[in-house]
Design a protein around this ligand. Structure first.
Ligand code: FE2
Length: 275
């Protein structure tokens, strides 16, 4: 069974409830079908409209707090998902192949996007960056390992053309839903990160601005190399200190970065122009 089918199943079950109502013992049917609205998702969308004003926008601390408080309260049901879906009950996959990640776009404009990533158990979103972007990630369901780095700016570096960048480890741990929203910024908060699903997961991402190749915000991929594994002349770090630092080498997009795009069928967003 594919994820499309599972999402469609969720939507159909909601659709049934919304389209039918018992009146005097009889069932009335309402046509045409209108997808339900989630108060929290709608609030998130309206707040994002106010916060993300285009390229260069880095949300203020109060705006970050506002979006985090909305996202912290969001549940899988707000985007049409349920923990009872077979997808989230699957313990592990068989065979040696790494399962593919799927994603669905809830909303996208030039200023921000809302999307969900679906990771089967053992699936990987490889180490990647978010150039000039602020990203809020809310784990809706499942358990995931996250590793995140920030590049270390070294103005004295004479090898800026090098493919190897010094990075500082910002996160290396397991997150289990429900948990608080995490936030990364253009140059801090773990802008370069990787996910490995321990159980099937759903992650809701708010990205402002979204990736855009034509605007110079393409996604780059990396592999991480322990600091001690390579000789270096410009810094002397030993022991515990060196464990915080890694080398990141830019690589071609790995096979695991390919995702399956699926249609979003959860609660709809009512765009402001139509309100
Ligand atoms: Fe990411």
């Amino acid at each position: 069974m594919t994820i499309e089918v599972r999402l469609a199943d969720v939507s159909r079950s909601i659709r049934k409830k919304k389209c039918c109502r018992k009146t005097s013992g009889k069932t009335k049917r309402y046509l045409p079908y209108m997808r339900p609205v989630s108060y929290r998702l709608q609030r998130l969308y309206l707040s994002c409209l106010d916060v993300f004003k285009g390229v260069g926008t880095v949300p203020s601390p109060s705006d970050v707090q506002k979006l985090c408080s909305i996202l912290d309260g969001m549940m899988a049901e707000d985007v049409g998902l349920s923990r009872n879906l077979q997808f989230f009950k699957t313990k592990s996959t068989t065979g040696g192949e790494i399962p593919k990640v799927a994603c669905t776009n809830i909303y996208q404009s030039e200023n921000f996007s809302l999307c969900i990533f679906f990771l089967p158990a053992n699936a990987v979103i490889p180490l990647h960056n978010h150039p000039g972007m602020t990203v809020f990630s809310k784990l809706l369901l499942g358990k995931v390992h996250v590793k995140a780095y920030d590049l270390v700016t070294d103005d004295n570096s004479d090898d800026s053309s090098s493919q190897l960048k010094l990075a500082s480890l910002k996160a290396d741990g397991v997150f289990t839903a429900p948990c608080d929203t995490s936030v990364l910024y253009p140059t801090s908060g773990g802008n370069i990160h990787a996910f490995t699903a321990i159980t099937p997961c759903a992650i809701l991402d708010v990205m402002g601005p979204p990736y855009s190749k034509k605007d110079g915000r393409d996604c780059s991929y990396y592999r991480d190399i322990p600091f001690d594994a390579l000789p270096n002349e410009r810094a002397v770090m030993t022991g515990e200190e060196s464990k915080r630092y890694w080398w990141l080498e830019e690589i071609d997009a790995p096979k695991e970065s390919e995702m399956e795009g699926i249609e979003y069928m959860g609660p709809q967003i009512i765009e402001r122009s139509t309100l």
